[in-house]
Write a protein that binds this ligand. Structure first.
Ligand code: UGA
Length: 455
């Protein structure tokens, strides 16, 4: 079976960046959303969120007629040979997964297949607990279509590994493609869609594919919490955790990635997915002491950062703080689970005044909290006359601030770096009082003759 047209249900990071990649690889792609204005904007070449390189590609693909937005799932699926479910699967109160959007998508696919006698492959791409594709999606599609899996339609689970901030690049150049297949024919069709993607492809059963996603995110989150725990040990010994992790990461069995200590992991994936698999495992009677600790370490890391600041400056009462970076990481306007929130909350509790800068995320952050933060579109306005600066996400715009600007604008030349945005020595040698996660803070305090009160 030759695939020419693709329906992608969901216009979030996964849905839209994959739609653009499929379009670029020559497939006619229809990407759907429940929001009329998002579909209309997409058809004018405007994506609903910021992601480097996305707008240009959307414009190009819409212009070539290879990408279209729609709010009609049934119509999109009816016109296509294969459909991908890329809708959100947020956490419920108890940490389990909200599958309502997945269920709706499956129903619409079923309704579309009812009106057609073509073979069609249904692919789940959303992150869903093991068993969901076969026990939830499959029966819904069969019920609403009146057709039979493995005969009239195919079924696959194809987890997504892209990172926000580099989602476009990751969609074009994934490390690997995992194809969980109901049967050989389904897997063959999907593998063929990816024939021009140069990376390892593995085929397995559907439940395995579902769990590979949770296991991957859990292990990446574990690496981060591991580095963060060591950052606190390093601080006590006046050792640089980045030097330690460099030495650790050179072991090819470990690798250097995701060992960057900081104020913890945020975003819509790691916190949600680790919580979901913990909740699922616990419900099934499996204890998860390792993953429990990964989450606990992530909770305490922002508070540890505030304590580190207090150990240097003493009371925060009445201090004006320049807060740089609100998004959960650079190159995205996404603020979901950003570590900026627990840090800022704690700073307010301690009586500080916050002036905040972020290149893209201010609008979204304002929706997250009504704390009386003073937002600024320029970093120099935030630095000017503040007592000291805190860096929460290492945007290029923030990395490029010169030591002279910190010295000129801040009252104290004092910086607290939550993301190792700068090479500490390069700042210290220019007269900046630099403190950060996993850095030789006590050594610096002595070197800089810095008393607990900032000068
Ligand atoms: C993560 C995974 O990296 C993707 O492979 C996966 O597809 C995605 O979740 C998902 O499940 O959809 P993402 O959340 O976009 O991607 O961002 P990451 O680059 O993984 O960063 C997550 C958080 O970890 C950020 O807050 C980042 O600052 C933090 N982090 C990352 C660290 O604190 N240290 C590191 O070494 C790396």
């Amino acid at each position: 079976m030759k695939v020419e047209k693709v329906a992608i249900i969901g216009m979030g990071y996964v849905g839209l960046t994959n739609s653009v990649a499929f379009a670029k690889y020559g497939f006619e792609s229809i990407c759907t959303t429940t929001t009329q204005s998002k579909a209309e904007n997409l058809n004018k070449g405007i994506p609903p969120f910021y992601e480097p390189g996305l707008e240009e590609l959307v414009k190009e693909m819409v212009g070539k007629g290879l990408l279209a937005g729609s709010i009609d799932n049934v119509d999109a699926v009816r016109k296509s040979d294969i459909s991908f479910i890329c809708v959100g699967t947020p956490s419920l109160q108890d940490g389990s997964t909200d599958l309502s959007a997945v269920n709706e998508s499956a129903k619409d696919i079923g309704l579309a297949l009812k009106e057609s006698d073509k073979y069609h492959v249904v692919v789940a791409k959303s992150t869903i607990p093991p068993g969901t594709t076969e026990n939830v999606i499959l029966p819904i599609v069969e019920e609403y279509s009146g057709r039979k899996v493995g005969v009239d339609f195919g079924l696959c689970m194809n987890p997504e590994f892209l990172r926000q901030g580099s989602a476009v690049y990751d969609s074009f150049y994934p490390d690997r493609i995992v194809i969980g297949e109901h049967d050989d024919k389904s897997g063959e069709v999907l593998e063929n869609v990816y024939k021009d993607y140069e990376c390892s492809k593995i085929r397995c059963d559907i439940k395995t594919a579902e769990l590979i996603k949770y296991a991957s995110n859990s292990l990446l989150a574990t690496k981060i919490s591991f580095a963060n725990e060591f950052s606190r040990i390093c601080e006590k010994f006046n050792i640089d955790v980045y030097e330690v992790m460099k030495g650790v990461g050179l072991d090819f069995r470990i690798n250097p990635r995701f060992l960057a200590a900081g104020v913890g992991f945020g975003g819509s994936c790691f916190p949600k997915d680790v919580n979901a698999i913990v909740s699922l495992a616990n419900k099934m009677g499996v204890e998860t002491p390792l993953l429990d600790s990964v989450l606990y370490t992530n909770e305490i890391q922002p508070l540890h950062f505030v304590n580190l600041i207090k150990n240097v400056v003493g009371t925060l009462e009445g201090k004006t703080i320049a807060f740089l970076g609100l998004s959960f990481k650079p190159n995205t306007d996404d603020i979901r689970e950003t570590r900026a929130l627990p840090i800022i909350r704690k700073l307010f509790e301690e009586g500080a005044r916050i002036k905040a800068y972020d290149p893209k995320a201010i609008k979204n952050f304002k929706k997250l909290t009504d704390l009386p933060i003073e937002y600024h579109k320029k970093w120099d306005e935030v630095l000017r006359d503040s007592d000291f600066a805190i860096i929460q996400s290492d945007w290029k715009e923030i990395k490029e601030i010169k030591p002279e600007d910190f010295k000129k604008l801040l009252k104290t030349s004092l910086i607290f770096d939550g993301r190792r945005t700068y090479e500490p020595i390069s700042l210290i040698s220019k007269g900046i009082k630099y403190f950060g996660i996993g850095w030789k803070n006590e050594y610096c305090a002595r070197k800089q003759h810095l008393s607990c009160q900032s000068s």
